[in-house]
Ligand binder design. Structure first.
Ligand code: SF4
Length: 754
């Protein structure tokens, strides 16, 4: 489990020379993000400048992390690549497949039974290929990475969009699809379009009820779910330095909610404190020697408008607690405005559940601040009006907060302590009564609140806020409760005002844990056997996708024209489908079932052009596949936002969809489609979306001339025989066109050609 100090020292040994050279070439002071990127070029020493938002660059990440839901497909792909061990330090974390229902002990036992086959598979593949394996119950991937592996100035990738959490320790940590992870685990470079840079200057100091969560809730409100696309967000200023390292992690974590490539902070004392408290004084010693390279050049933060593509300034002293939602994390409401907003929008005022946890907010500081609110309620004889649940971020956190009496405080209020795992954050919540689909409100400290995400009920209004605000709102039972101004009535009928939360940034007695739940890999894994049963409904070995036949696609049917938001949850739903993440055929039965059909406003109901009847999307697509007919999917803006889930690209590929044509893509999903050998296209003219009709047949006219920078032309033949010729843009470079031609990026790796 020990962090790899040799690897970190090697990164630092190269850093000064590479950053100095980059500064010379670029000819100006460098931001922190640029320092990390230029010191992790695949070619080593920089010898050219890159244009932000334009140039594709090959990088050499230091680490890879995978969670259990995405690791299944990533490892199945890695096995297919024919390597003996992973090329860079890699870990696998079992956190997504554990249902929250009765409490940690029972839930974990059940998960270990129900998902035994998957956990055994992940454990044995990890053992064989030199991968560190974190068992079910050990904690949530991003909390464990922050506690054990993240380091200032590092570059890592992870098969989960909230990998960005590690920016709290001054890394660039980026969420990718499994196919990208397979590249890096196989010893290949990793390609990324050189990101644009957004600077966020934090002045003032957090106080009272305001917490780091409110910074990112405010940023999300400003930038929206698309505002960070293709950009790294770099935070700086006195306000940044006054915040805890785990608070910085919270802010970086939710950078995923604004579509940012990643977010980061410069190396400072909060990181030194956190590294030391988590047993990594060695990293502090090494980092201190190159400290000036682990933050931006002074001139950058003195005149940030000259060096960032966009600059935002937030005064923490004036920032109010925020409650974002429902249904989208960028709809921000300051606590003082919630009464009028909730009334104006008809949001259910009664709070049914308060949930604390997720990788976003499950640090020791989070738990202790929320507990300070709970303690006040108990001491004043206030009965909580809502139910309460917590998911500690790791076994180390859970063990330490139990030792320090924090869990006992929560339990006095009837709180259910769930497993150290994702639980309700990923729909793994067996919430009583959710099947009745009643309109209701819950508040949580997670990052995402898309429809159905927590409990599968489309009428659950989920609001995202800080752990201390979750505690206050759950105790009051009201969404519009403002703890800064309002009072609660206790069991004696007295009005009680809660004091602002307080808590320790780090445990005063230090962290402690008996069994962190880590399994080190075999020194020589060559004799370790990995078994996948051919009759398993959870796991399926992969067969390569077919190479392109070199011809234009013709006679393709429109499978669906999706309207509005179409996230990876809409394309490949989580919740109960998580159990099939390692079985491509079975999980393909959820393909696009959450997407709204633009022609009838319904989800999972599209016209089968072969029969004229409406049916479920996967069934219609399987009918086209059986008939040997290609198809295409049309979508709206920011298609595929949300997560790095490559199943959202593999399922359409597996079922025979040839192209996805949309107004715009979320970055990770666009790359995932390319990796799987699909065509990811955007309308050259957005209004052409309106020309697409339900019975359309599509012919590609110039796919045979597929080259970088040249649009493709598609002919849409309508039912009445009329046609529209539509121009589609793409962002494929030469090597990505190679993936398309070979059938997938993995086909090239397996053939030893990549
Ligand atoms: Fe788990 Fe939720 Fe974090 Fe994803 S966002 S890693 S589901 S806790």
């Amino acid at each position: 489990m020990a962090f790899d100090i040799e690897m970190i020292e090697k990164v630092y040994a190269n850093m000064a020379a590479r950053v100095d050279k980059a500064r010379d070439i670029v000819g100006r002071p460098l931001t922190l993000s640029e320092k990390i990127l230029y010191s992790h070029l695949w070619e080593g020493m920089p010898n050219q400048t890159f244009t932000r938002g334009k140039d594709y660059v090959d990088f050499a990440p230091d680490r890879v992390a995978c969670q259990d839901a995405t690791a299944q497909m990533a490892l199945l792909q890695f096995m297919h690549a024919g390597k003996k061990t992973v090329a860079v330090p890699t870990t696998v974390h079992c956190d997504h497949l554990i249902l929250a229902k009765n409490g940690a002990k029972q839930d974990l036992e059940l998960a270990n039974k129900q998902s035994k086959e998957v956990f055994d598979f992940l454990s044995s593949v990890s053992n064989k290929y030199g991968i560190g394996f974190w068992k079910p119950g050990s904690g949530i991937i991003h909390q464990i990475v922050l506690e054990n592996y993240a380091f200032p100035g590092g570059l890592m990738i992870g098969t989960d969009s909230h990998t960005v959490n590690a920016g709290g320790l001054g890394m660039l940590a980026i969420g990718v699809g499994g196919a990208d992870a397979v590249d890096v685990m196989s010893g290949m470079s990793w390609e990324l379009k050189f990101p644009k840079l957004i600077g966020v200057k934090l002045t003032g100091k957090l106080n009272g009820w305001t917490s780091p969560k409110d910074v990112i809730l405010k940023v999300a409100d400003i930038l929206t779910v698309k505002g960070g696309t293709g950009a790294i967000v770099e935070y700086f200023g006195e306000g940044a330095e006054s915040m805890s390292c785990t608070g910085k992690g919270t802010i970086c974590n939710m950078g995923a909610e604004i579509g940012a490539t990643t977010s980061t902070f410069g190396y400072d004392d909060s990181m030194r404190r956190y590294l030391a408290a988590t047993g990594r004084q060695g990293v502090v010693n090494a980092a201190d020697k190159v400290a000036s390279y682990l933050t931006a050049d002074a001139e950058v933060y003195a005149n940030p408008e000259k060096y960032f593509d966009q600059l935002i300034e937030i005064n923490l002293s004036e920032l109010e607690p925020h409650i974002n939602g429902p249904f989208t994390p960028d709809r921000g409401t300051p606590v003082s405005k919630m009464k009028e907003e909730a009334a104006a929008n008809g949001w259910p005022i009664k709070v049914e559940w308060g949930l604390i946890g997720s990788c976003t907010n499950s640090s020791y500081e989070d738990m202790s601040r929320a507990a300070s609110i709970v303690r006040q309620a108990v001491a004043h004889g206030i009965t909580p009006k809502a139910e309460f649940g917590i998911n500690p971020g790791s076994e180390q956190i859970r063990y330490t907060i139990e030792r320090d009496g924090i869990i006992a405080d929560f339990e006095k209020m009837g709180t259910k302590v769930f497993t150290n795992a994702c639980g309700p954050c990923i729909g793994q919540w067996d919430r009583e009564g959710a099947d009745k689909q009643e309109k209701n409100t819950i508040v949580h400290s997670f990052n995402r609140n898309f429809s159905k995400r927590a409990d599968g009920n489309p009428n659950t209004h989920a609001f995202v806020t800080s752990p201390e605000m979750v505690a206050a709102l759950a105790i009051s039972g009201r969404l519009d409760f403002n703890p800064i101004t309002d009072t609660l009535i206790n069991d004696k009928g007295e009005a009680v005002k809660l004091n602002p939360p307080f808590g320790d940034e780090l445990p005063t007695k230090g962290f402690d844990v008996e069994d962190p739940g880590f399994q080190a890999p075999a020194a020589d894994g060559s004799s370790v056997e990995v078994v996948v049963s051919p009759t398993s409904d959870r796991l399926q070995l992969l067969a390569p996708f077919e190479a392109w036949d070199g011809k234009n696609y013709t006679g393709a049917k429109l499978l669906i024209k999706a309207f509005g938001k179409c996230t990876t949850d809409h394309i490949s739903m989580a919740g109960p489908w998580l159990r099939f993440r390692g079985h491509l055929d079975n999980i393909s039965n959820n393909m696009l079932i959450g997407a709204e059909n633009a022609f009838n406003g319904k989800a999972n109901s599209v016209k089968n052009q072969l029969t004229g009847a409406y049916d479920e999307v996967p069934k219609v697509q399987r009918a086209y596949k059986a008939a040997g007919i290609p198809s295409i999917v049309v979508g709206d803006h920011n298609y595929g936002e949300g997560s790095s889930r490559e199943h959202a690209a593999m399922e359409p590929r597996f079922l025979g969809v040839k192209a996805v044509l949309v107004k715009s893509f979320a970055r990770i999903h666009e790359t995932n489609l390319k990796k799987q050998g699909m065509l990811a296209l955007t309308f050259a003219n957005e209004s052409d979306y309106d020309k697409i009709q339900e019975d359309d047949t599509i012919n590609f006219l110039d796919l045979t001339e597929f080259t970088p920078g040249k649009s493709l032309t598609l002919e849409f033949v309508h039912a009445d025989g009329t046609k529209d010729i539509i121009s589609a843009n793409h962002t494929y470079n030469d090597s990505q066109i190679g993936w398309f031609v070979a059938g997938s990026a993995l086909n090239l790796i397996a053939a030893g050609k990549a």
